[in-house]
Design a protein around this ligand. Structure first.
Ligand SMILES: [Zn+2]
Length: 887
């Protein structure tokens, strides 16, 4: 029985969604001077803001976005040099204005008519104890080592929680931000550091020290490139600062906690190289005068690309062992690429956010291509596509550019990042690298320091390439989904017959598709001994390859390739889209002999991986042997990973033995070892326990392999595993990945009260965020049988750390516990964070839908369970930046 759309393809548009349009602007903000003085004790900020505003129409009042700001007074300022004044020597004149707050808006009565085109200045004095936008981080008895810091996060609509603004990406302004901090602290903001001034403040006379003064420092940063409110940033703390120069004129600044100084280079060492690469690739200079990267505590994302001053999670800093199979390059190149795509050229409205995130995602791949080569690049694109397919299959499909959503935060999903990245890759292939690069240059130059929307990009691509792209944009950007292709072929002496069927529900797609025929002379020697004498199957002959491009325009497409001129040749294999020019899934039916040839000898990583995946339906010995050989010998690790995955899916005894052989011969690449261990774990066979146990006890070279081992051990569900996993939870590792892996393993013991108690303990405030998050989610497996777990998860729904709140929602969804419905409803109505409320809504829907499915239909149950766990796994990794951390 098949489950309809209602479950598998979740709706993106939650109740309450509506069509969003960019706001009308009767005036705009052109400049902001902002003084911020934080008080770390009361967690408040006191601010003095001056806005330069330009009237677009004749106006006598203005309305600004604010949230929870205590506005003390508003003044109209007239400067001597103001165009409205004739006297150049008069000091600024401040006139108090009437104002009132109404529904998160500050209404200011200007007390005069300002005519269109006139610039004027408003001064706003306010304070706030911000719940969003501006975050204080401090040590406490549970986290005594935490650094005292404060940082801001504006995207999407959080800047209005710390300064009055028009909180919309289309309004961009210059800024001068001054931050008053204790003497040993520094403050970082947008632009260049104009001054650090020491300020003396007299201490309160009440404490008997009336003659004593308290010194503070005021950091003033000036950004002369206009930026939207959401890219405005302040970071305050004690940091080790590292300075580098790029091209003698751009300062590169890296700020990390003092005790992490030695790890900083691993994360940031390629920054200058990345700037150089992007400048060359786009043909446009880095748009700002400095680039700082600061790592902060408790950051909710991987990074945020504030104009010229990126904020990153401190978790990206890593030790030598983690560096074996973890890199900050993707995160660093992503945020850096935003300085062009997103910051210099900003999306005009949230519906066009893919112009920021899709490009930043694709730029990660572009830098990866330049630094690591074609194989790595191609696999990166395939993984990016897989991440999108995950969301499309298990959550929902939606158009990349859509005006209909509930909150702009909803748009930050795998469509905006991964799918858009893939579509940009398609565009590059569609018009060719030369015209693609030329278009990027024109786009970045035309809209520099301004805003752009989807059609602006299309018009430039059309102008530079001559290609008509409206159909392309309609199909891939403004419509949901992607083609799923069933491919079959039949070879006879005269012809190759190819049947390509589009099997996706909904609309049909039209696109060109490459098909490669690989031919060899049938008399060619098949095996030979390679140079080092090892008995390896190697081909000495040169393949003849022919690529045919077919227009796919129907549901069912049949093509014939005549073979009359190819006498004496044999088709070794036929590969579909060997350069991944089209975002699609392929279900390929081909003789296994051809697939094996393709697996061993495919030229591109994509070809070899497609055959590894297509082999999942075979289980004969020659297939197992070929996959095993690929795991151990392919010269690119990604192909080995995919072969290991296929062995895991084949699930036969000999596939299991093959995987064990791979592990015992110690496959070199840590990511391949990880995949082999994971595949072995899928078999849940008790006889792998000893091998896995000894691997964990003897420690692997990679934290991530160790984490995978711990999870695999748990899956075996032997009582012997429990003490090992308990020990693994205590192992120190990068981002606590081993502990997380062990917790994932322990959730298999969902009838064990002692484990439930352990997970409750590990989810408590005081443990590392990552351990708490993993333990919270794992508790979902225990909640149905255990009232104490239910009550504890309920408490976690109001936890200080938002990712614990998010995982508490997911745990309830995993349990499908109807008792949690009022609790999740409470979260939806009360949580301040949009990411949490969105998760709660999706989880509530999961529970409600699971209630509709009668428990008697066990086959449906299984399908539902599978979909649900995939969906929750998906939601575990909300954004690409998080994925980068978990990679
Ligand atoms: Zn981004």
């Amino acid at each position: 029985m098949k489950i309809g759309n209602g479950f598998g393809t979740r709706k993106f548009e939650l109740p309450g969604s509506r069509t969003h349009y960019a706001p009308s602007l009767l005036f705009t903000i052109s400049d902001m001077r902002l003084s911020v003085e934080p008080d770390f004790n009361s967690k408040t900020i006191s601010c003095d803001q001056e806005l330069e505003i330009i009237a677009i129409q004749d106006i006598d009042k203005i309305v600004l976005d604010i949230s929870e700001l205590q506005i003390k007074s508003v003044f109209f300022i007239t400067y001597a040099y103001n165009t409205t004044s004739n006297n150049n020597n008069t000091p600024p004149n401040k006139k108090r204005l009437d104002f009132h707050n109404y529904y998160d808006r500050l209404h200011i009565d200007l007390g005069r008519l300002i005519t269109e085109g006139t610039a004027f200045h408003i001064n706003i004095i306010y304070s706030t104890k911000p719940r969003k936008g501006f975050y204080f981080v401090e040590p406490d008895e549970y986290y005594p080592k935490k650094n005292l810091q404060a940082w801001t996060q504006g995207e999407t609509l959080e800047s209005k929680y710390w300064f009055p603004c028009i909180d919309h990406p289309m309004v961009k302004f210059e800024s001068e931000v001054s931050v008053t901090v204790p003497m040993n602290f520094i403050a970082i903001s947008n632009g260049i550091l104009q001054a650090i001034k020491v300020q003396k403040q007299r201490l309160n006379e009440v404490d008997g020290n009336s003659n004593k003064t308290n010194k503070k420092r005021v950091f003033t940063w000036v950004e002369s490139n206009p930026h939207p409110a959401y890219l405005t940033s302040v970071v305050i703390g004690k940091f080790a600062e590292m300075r580098r120069m790029y091209n003698k004129d751009i300062k590169l600044l890296y700020y990390v906690p003092q005790d992490k100084k030695n790890d900083a280079a691993r994360s940031f060492e390629h920054t200058a190289d990345m700037i150089k690469f992007f400048e060359q690739y786009f043909g446009i200079k880095y748009p700002y005068s400095k680039y700082s990267q600061v790592t902060v505590e408790d950051f909710m994302y991987g990074g945020m690309e504030n104009s010229s001053c990126t904020t990153l999670t401190v978790d990206t800093l890593h030790d030598k062992k983690a560096h074996l199979d973890f890199t900050s390059d993707h995160l660093v190149s992503h945020e850096l690429a935003h300085q062009w795509f997103g910051n210099s050229v900003t999306c005009r409205d949230w519906q066009h956010i893919w112009l920021n995130e899709g490009f930043a995602t694709y730029c990660e791949a572009l830098y990866w291509e330049s630094s690591m080569g074609t194989d790595e690049f191609q696999y990166y694109i395939m993984q990016t596509a897989d991440d999108y397919f995950d969301e499309a299959n298990n959550r929902y499909k939606r158009p990349i550019a859509t005006k209909t959503y509930k909150r702009p935060d909803d748009l930050f999903d795998r469509h905006t990042y991964e799918k858009s990245g893939c579509i940009i890759h398609m565009l590059r292939n569609h018009i060719g690298d030369k015209y693609f690069r030329r278009s990027l240059k024109t786009y970045l130059r035309t809209y520099a320091n301004s805003v752009a929307e989807t059609h602006d990009l299309r018009k430039i691509l059309e102008l530079e390439s001559g290609e008509s792209l409206e159909q392309f944009f309609d199909q891939w950007i403004f419509r949901a989904g992607h083609p799923n292709l069933n491919v079959e072929f039949h070879v006879d002496p005269a012809n190759v017959k190819l049947k390509i069927e589009q099997t996706q529900e909904g609309d049909m797609f039209e696109f060109p598709l490459d098909v490669k025929l690989v031919l060899s002379s049938s008399s060619s020697p098949f095996t030979s001994e390679c140079e080092n004498g090892r008995d390896e199957r190697r081909r000495k002959i040169e393949w003849e390859e022919a690529i045919y491009t077919f227009d796919i325009s129907e549901r069912e497409n049949v093509f014939q390739i005549p073979m009359q001129n190819q006498k004496g040749t044999k088709i070794e294999w036929i590969s579909i889209d060997p350069y991944f020019k089209v975002l699609k899934t392929i279900s390929l039916k081909a003789p296994k002999e051809m697939l094996i040839n393709q697996l061993h000898d495919g030229r591109t990583v994509i070809e070899r991986i497609e055959s590894a995946r297509a082999l999942k339906n075979e289980s004969s010995e020659d297939v197992i042997e070929s996959l095993q050989k690929t795991v151990m010998e392919d010269n690119f690790w990604g192909v080995s990973v995919e072969a290991a995955k296929t062995l895991g899916l084949i699930k036969s005894d000999s596939a299991y033995e093959a995987l064990k052989k791979c592990l015992s011969s110690y496959v070199k690449h840590p990511k391949v070892r990880r995949a082999v261990v994971r595949a072995i774990g899928e078999f849940t066979k008790e006889d792998s326990l000893n091998m896995l146990k000894s691997m964990l006890i003897n420690r692997d070279r990679s934290y991530f392999v160790e984490a995978e081992i711990a999870t695999a051990i748990g899956k075996i569900k032997s009582l012997q595993s429990i003490p090992i996993l308990k020990k693994a939870i205590e192992m120190t590792s990068f981002q606590d990945v081993i502990a997380q892996g062990a917790i994932k393993g322990l959730k298999e013991f969902n009838e064990n009260k002692e484990i439930a108690a352990l997970l409750i303990e590990k989810s408590r405030y005081g443990h590392s965020n990552r351990i708490r998050e993993a333990a919270t989610f794992a508790l979902g497996k225990f909640v149905r049988e255990n009232r104490e777990v239910f009550d504890h998860l309920k408490k976690l729904l109001t936890d200080k750390w938002l990712r614990v709140r998010i995982n508490a929602c997911r745990a309830f969804a995993d349990a499908e516990d109807p008792k949690a419905i009022p609790e999740l409803t409470w979260v939806i109505e009360h949580d301040i964070d949009d990411k949490v409320t969105r998760t709660a809504e999706e989880c509530l829907n999961l529970i409600k839908e699971s209630m509709k499915v009668s428990k008697e239909f066990t086959t449906i149950r299984e399908d539902v369970d599978k979909l649900k766990s995939k969906n929750l796994e998906m939601m575990q990794k909300v954004s690409r930046l998080e994925r980068q951390l978990l990679q």
